[in-house]
Design a protein around this ligand. Structure first.
Ligand code: DWN
Ligand code: SAH
Length: 405
């Protein structure tokens, strides 16, 4: 049992995935002995409905100077953030000399679209190596974990912000009270806070349980988020569903009563109310579905192993750490995982210790099957991989169900 990070109600886990390593903790054999593990388990709060990890490793174990996720690796995501910035500026015109902040700015994938306009901006990014990439592009970035204290420092140095962006980072920060109170402080009276994160109903519907790993301490819904913003006199004024990262929601937040609430928001709330996100049966069903997905995937991989088929993994994602360790996938099932990120190449996956190799290891010697761990980038990857399919190669996906194509 833990107490809810939002409202302190007691929470029991509805599912445990067993011992799990750090999702982005790619390693070399000399450090296998000191590899860190924790129990990956999730629960939901019966009061405020926030779904959350029972235990999360210390943030310095996850975000440091060797952080393995470089956002700009995906062309599709670069285009996504370019369009996001354009859409937000079109819908919410800013004053003459605006100040734009981004929390979790990584390698500058989003802020580069602001810096190009010569606008006053600031990224807040604790992982030094990715922050450095942004700084090298001329993007103003401070190497800090955002919280209330950092927000106050930013406001005293730069003034309040017109827009605060945050993509795939709000769900990473356990002290959400400090973050939301910092946002309240930093935002101008008519400013907006725009953020997006994986959406709980998508995870439930698609059984995309691999979104559950150390970095993701929260699994948001409109209902659970409304509760926390309300405590700080902020409100969600608009939502726009996104098809990136397997189903995300973009939320626009403002000071209470500063803007009219959108029809899309009212509509989404109605949809969510039918999802029974406060029922134990919803999460018991999810637990059973996750277990079923594991059994089917392992039956397939064991069968292919018996047939001595060559199988490789495609994309050494954070998500794959949950699948590999929960299902018990090892280097007998999967020869190696192909990944385009230099920092991951030549290393071994967390826990499962499957080799990670450059893309050429795949393209120079096509396997019989490729297990698509980067299933959220399926459209982008399929557009590039005709030659593999034409060679007779087959894809395996496991979200929303186990399929071979
Ligand atoms: O929330 C988070 C999201 C935004 O990014 C973070 N906590 C960590 C990370 O999660 P992830 O690692 O699951 O993200 P991706 O975007 O699914 O990772 C894709 C991986 O696949 C990268 O390592 C790059 C690789 N890749 C590849 O080898 N070939 C990707 C593409 C598109 C490709 O063509
Ligand atoms: N926004 C990018 C990166 C998402 S990965 C994208 O959508 O692609 C999550 C990022 O949040 C990492 O770069 C990590 O270092 C950063 N992060 C983690 N905790 C943070 C905190 N407290 N404040 C700011 N950034 C944080």
């Amino acid at each position: 049992m833990i107490s809810c990070r939002i409202c302190e109600t007691y929470i029991a886990p509805f599912m445990s995935f067993g011992k799990m390593p750090i999702a982005n903790g790619f390693l070399t054999p000399d450090t296998y002995d000191s590899e860190y593990f924790f129990e990956l388990a999730v629960g939901y709060c019966s009061n405020c409905q926030m779904v959350q990890l029972i235990e999360q490793p210390d943030r310095t174990k996850m975000f440091h100077d060797q952080y393995a996720y470089y956002s700009s690796i995906s062309k599709r995501m670069r285009e996504h953030f370019q369009k996001m910035v354009a859409d937000i500026f079109a819908r919410y015109p800013v004053s003459d000399n605006p100040f734009i902040v981004e929390i979790g700015s990584n390698d500058g994938i989003l802020l580069q679209n602001i810096a190009q306009k010569n606008m006053h901006h600031l990224g807040v990014e604790p992982s030094k190596n990715v922050a450095q990439v942004a700084q090298d592009k001329g993007i103003q970035t401070i190497n800090e974990f955002f919280d209330r204290h950092v927000a106050q420092n930013i406001a005293s140095k730069h003034g309040q912000a017109d827009i605060i962006f945050a993509a795939n980072v709000m769900c990473h920060i356990p002290d959400i009270h400090s973050v939301v109170s910092g946002i309240k402080y930093l935002l101008k009276p008519k400013g907006i806070f725009v953020f997006e994160d994986p959406y709980l109903p998508d995870i439930i519907d698609k059984i995309s349980y691999d979104q559950i790993y150390d970095e993701h301490v929260f699994y948001f819904s409109l209902t659970s988020l409304s509760h926390i913003f309300n405590l700080y006199d902020l409100e969600i004024i608009h939502v726009i569903p996104q098809d990136v990262h397997g189903g995300s929601m973009r939320y626009v937040v403002a000071q209470k009563n500063a803007y009219r609430l959108s029809e899309a928001l009212v509509h989404q709330k109605q949809i969510e109310d039918q999802k029974k996100l406060n029922h134990a049966s919803t999460f018991e069903q999810l637990r059973q579905n996750i277990n079923g997905s594991k059994l089917q995937l392992m039956a397939l991989l064991n069968d292919l192993q018996k047939q001595t088929k060559r199988v490789i993994g495609y994309g050494a994602t954070s998500k794959s750490t949950t699948v590999i360790n929960y299902c018990g996938i090892n280097s007998h099932h999967i020869e190696f995982i192909s990944d385009t990120t230099p920092i991951k190449q030549g290393k071994f996956t967390p826990g499962g210790h499957i080799p990670v190799r450059p893309y050429q290891a795949f393209s120079n010697n096509y396997p019989d099957y490729a297990l698509l761990f980067a299933w959220n980038h399926k459209a982008e990857i399929m557009a590039n991989e005709d030659a593999f399919s034409n060679s007779g190669g087959k894809w395996i996906v496991y979200v929303p169900s186990i399929q071979i194509f």
